[in-house]
Design a binder for this molecule. Structure first.
Ligand SMILES: [Zn+2]
Length: 317
């Protein structure tokens, strides 16, 4: 019998499940439509049924635990707390509920910390004891690993770099404040920067041929690669903000590597080049040359499930 962990990635529209072995190979997969379950209790019943169905179809596998990645998840308490894009309101003790329903050891953390664990157990960070991962998607998630352990802090919510204020009185953030790093250093931030450059400058740009909603981070990256000045400036300013976040983070955890993951990181050297250059320029001189900025080693489509399963696999090692 091959031992596997169920990696469960709970998203606002879809929950993805994968049976992951100790080497990070996914042996079976399944889905649940998250918004179909108005109550977390109903979701847990459906999850239990789905896991049993997947086990029945894979008789050679032995399920030993469940790792969950979810928005606003608290590792310390085993809860999901006030998640804006889920229907379950208030504080949901999802770990206790899942353990009672399935009889299996269950752990939960937020998506970015799951990404950090995935990187540590299965990805590029194997053997790296001090690192930071930045997930550059719609927002900016981050996971801090110090001496081989994810930093959760007193509340369980530590290390949310996306909400470090980098411009006081700056752009409005979803958290209700202004000037948070993720309003600049994310796919959404890149689009906001491009739109403001388009309105402030007179340069020709292929982006001007697009309707507002068609201006996506991917289109901007493509335009920049094709030589578009506005797109290049937008990408450059975004890289500088990412580098500012890195320079500030290096001060308090002195990582060996900063991994960049997610949609924006796919821009490749066009992003990594300027991020490395600006991080070197902005960081306190004593740290210059002490860290590397590298791409994640996890395949993007599998990373969330691998990371969630790593919550359990880490405890087994
Ligand atoms: Zn914020």
């Amino acid at each position: 019998m091959k031992e596997v962990v169920a990696g469960v990635d709970i998203g606002g529209t879809n929950t993805v499940i994968g049976f992951v072995d100790a080497e990070g190979v996914i042996h079976a997969g399944g889905n649940l439509s998250t918004p179909d379950y108005a109550l977390a209790d109903d979701f847990v019943i459906a999850l239990d049924a789905k896991l049993k169905e997947m086990m029945a179809e894979n008789s050679g596998l032995k399920l030993i635990g469940i790792g969950i990645g979810a928005p606003n998840a608290n590792f310390n308490k085993g809860t999901i707390e006030l998640a804006p894009n889920l229907r379950w309101k208030g504080i949901i003790p999802l770990v206790r509920m899942t353990e009672e329903a399935t009889g299996l050891r269950t752990r939960i953390t937020n998506d970015a910390n799951a990404a950090a664990l995935g990187e540590m157990i299965f990805g590029a960070a194997k053997g790296v004891k001090d690192f930071i991962i930045l997930t550059l998607g719609t927002g900016l998630g981050s996971g801090f690993v110090v001496d081989g352990e994810v930093v959760y802090g007193h509340t369980g919510f530590a290390g949310e770099l996306g909400h470090m204020i980098v411009v006081e009185g700056g752009r409005v953030c979803g958290c209700g404040r202004r000037g948070c790093l993720e309003t600049y250093a994310s796919a959404t931030g890149l689009v906001r920067t491009a739109l403001s450059l388009l309105s402030d400058r007179r340069d020709d740009s292929t982006l001007r041929e697009l309707r507002g909603s068609e201006i996506t981070s991917r289109r901007i990256a493509e335009a920049a690669a094709a030589g578009d000045l506005i797109a290049q400036k937008a990408l450059d300013q975004t890289a500088r903000m990412i580098a500012l976040g890195i320079a500030n983070s290096v001060i308090f955890s002195s990582p060996e590597v900063i991994y960049l993951f997610g949609g924006l990181a796919n821009a490749g050297e066009a992003l990594f080049g300027p991020v490395r250059k600006y991080a070197d320029e902005l960081v306190q001189p004593v740290f210059r040359g002490t860290f590397r900025v590298e791409p994640s080693g996890l395949p993007e489509v599998q990373a969330a499930v691998l990371g969630a399963s790593a919550l359990i696999w880490k405890e087994m090692k």
